[in-house]
Design a protein around this ligand. Structure first.
Ligand code: ARG
Length: 564
């Protein structure tokens, strides 16, 4: 049952005819406190037509309203307050959750259309930063959220695997590296050569020439250059994969920047045909001064293409291949200008679909207020952060539940889940500080708190044994302590819609925290398992809560252990 619609229908019958159903629906509010009912209608806009004071209007209308299906309808000043019939409301909500289960909250907004999501995208031979981690978990969560609305996400890892830096890396490796050293600790050692290259090149500019020559060789298909490059790439990917495995994130494509090498000429040709390319100090650029932006650098003096050239090719490739409705890029806010330029250049090229590109920026993770530098916040460290979180989780599990089976698996789910949840609970644009102790707490606004609440709900259900709800006619819970929880369950589909519309996993994270809190309040106040008439309905509530808690955690990419 759609309870808001019920209010609309009731109102339309007593309001002047010139007010449309849609207007009424848009005016209806959800009061902040439950003493003002579940829905409220403000009468201010009627004052002109009816030539009366709004509170008089509210009073009159209340006298005329048919209150069937409501607990009561009253007026407070200029507002009409609708109190839902709790029995009917809870019965309908619980039946809906229990019948639909994992499909509760699904909708067909996307009609199965493709939505590529550019996410994670670390750079080969360099440590994966906390920013790449954020992109990974935010992208992964957005993919799951839009799936509920029947969009088909296509998760793309746009690896940074091409560019002049690989020439430098080859030079550095050849001068100072060895196979054994690289194999032993690939990313850290490759980074070491790269850093040393930069230091030494300050005094020896000929090193830069050598690096350029090696990159040129790569672009020309030289066998030695390419086999070194693909070896670096393979080793890097292997290290990245350990993180992806722990986060349980899969990609549909690992098409990095190098994938677009043979697709770049076509882009440059189109730019030329449309008269968009200009020469500036030997380089080819697209002038963007009319937008107060620096030019988009398309080709360097030596003919080498650039980051944005590869993104132009990638954007076009994704449209051609996936015929997307939306194309998403989950990349840190420091790249905002790059994506502004990308969209403008595509538009200038005549691609109307550039409007369907949505850039999804996010803020920085800091520790103690300081930015994590790439060199310190490396992939190894990321693994360390997860290990520390898992150890902390394990310690708490030992204290709370020493007899738990498969403690290690549960600790992994709780520790990793805690880090992911923390990453997603803030508005993604906000920067936030990372403090491990706080992140892994079992109480407060944490992932473990939600997981723990779910485990508690499941334990109640286990105690109750097998219950068949399918033939239960009356699942009404009228206990006032349960009311907030029931209303929150009903609101889940709206939460999914909002999270999808704003590409904002934090909407789900904040919601699930509130749901857990309200359920715990209910749990503290009522004897759920006492053997009376209302038992089945109360169990249905517990079961519905656990379904929605698990589904919400799932949307965030966080596991929900059955016991902890
Ligand atoms: N590899 C880039 C970096 O680490 C991020 C790539 C983002 N995606 C893109 N299509 N530009 O900064």
């Amino acid at each position: 049952m759609d309870f808001k619609q019920q209010v609309v229908d009731t109102l339309v019958k007593v309001l002047p005819e010139d007010i449309t159903e849609e207007q009424v629906s848009n005016l209806i509010e959800k009061p902040k406190t439950s003493d003002l009912g579940d829905y409220a209608f403000p009468t201010f806009i009627l004052a002109k037509t009816l030539h009366k004071a709004p509170n008089m209007i509210a009073e009159d209308l209340v006298g005329k309203i048919d209150t069937t299906g409501f607990e009561k309808v009253v007026n407070t000043g200029a507002y009409i307050n609708f109190f839902s019939d709790k029995a009917a409301f809870s019965n309908s909500v619980l039946h809906e959750v229990l019948t639909k289960q994992d499909e509760f909250g699904n909708a067909d907004d996307g009609k199965g259309r493709n939505v590529p999501i550019d996410m994670s995208s670390p750079n080969i031979a360099k440590p994966m930063s906390m920013g790449h981690l954020r992109s990974t978990v935010i992208g992964n969560s957005i993919a799951k959220i839009i799936t509920k609305l029947n969009y088909q996400p296509v998760k793309i890892n746009h690896l940074g695997d091409w560019g002049t830096q690989f020439g430098k890396l080859i030079v550095g490796y050849k001068l100072w590296g060895s196979v054994e050293e690289v194999e032993a600790d690939p990313i850290n050692n490759l980074l070491k050569y790269y850093v040393r290259f930069h230091k030494e090149a300050e005094d020896k500019p000929e090193l830069d020439d050598e690096a350029r020559a090696w990159f040129k060789k790569m672009e020309d298909g030289d066998e030695e250059a390419l086999s070194l490059w693909s070896w670096f790439k393979e080793l890097s990917l292997k290290e990245f994969q350990t993180i992806y495995d722990r986060l349980d994130v899969q990609f549909d494509h690992f098409t990095g920047e190098s994938f677009y090498n043979d697709k770049m000429d076509a882009i440059v040709d189109t730019l030329e045909e449309k008269g968009l390319l200009k020469e500036s100090r030997g380089a080819e650029i697209v002038d963007l001064s009319e937008y107060d932006l620096s030019p988009a650098l398309i080709k360097k003096t030596d003919g080498a293409t650039l980051y944005i050239t590869r993104d132009l090719a990638a954007a076009k490739y994704r449209k051609d291949t996936f015929d997307f409705v939306k194309s998403l890029y989950v990349v840190g806010s420091e790249q905002a200008e790059h994506f502004t330029k990308l969209k403008i250049v595509l538009k200038k090229m005549g691609y109307a679909w550039s409007d369907d590109i949505d850039y999804i920026p996010f803020g920085l993770i800091t520790t103690g207020g300081k930015k994590l530098s790439t060199r310190k916040g490396n992939v190894i460290l990321l693994d360390d952060v997860l290990n520390d979180a898992v150890n902390l989780a394990k310690k708490q599990i030992e204290e709370k539940n020493p007899n738990l089976k498969n403690k290690d698996a549960v600790a992994e789910a709780v520790g990793v889940g805690a880090v992911v949840f923390h990453d997603l609970k803030n508005d993604r644009r906000d920067s936030f500080d990372f403090n491990l102790e706080e992140v892994v707490r079992f109480e407060g606004e944490t992932g473990p708190y939600v997981q723990y609440t779910n485990a508690r709900a499941l334990s109640i259900l286990r105690k109750a044994g097998n219950v068949d709800y399918s033939n239960a006619k009356d699942l009404s819970v009228t206990d006032p302590e349960a009311w907030d929880t029931i209303k929150m369950l009903q609101n889940f589909p709206n939460i999914v819609e909002r999270a999808a519309k704003d590409y904002e996993p934090s909407v789900v994270a904040k919601y699930v925290l509130k749901l857990a809190k309200s359920f715990n309040q209910y749990y503290a106040h009522s004897k759920i398992l006492s053997d009376d008439e209302g038992l089945k309905a109360r169990l249905a509530l517990v079961k519905s809560v656990s379904i929605v808690l698990q589904m919400s955690l799932g949307l965030l990419g966080v596991k929900a252990p059955e016991e902890m």
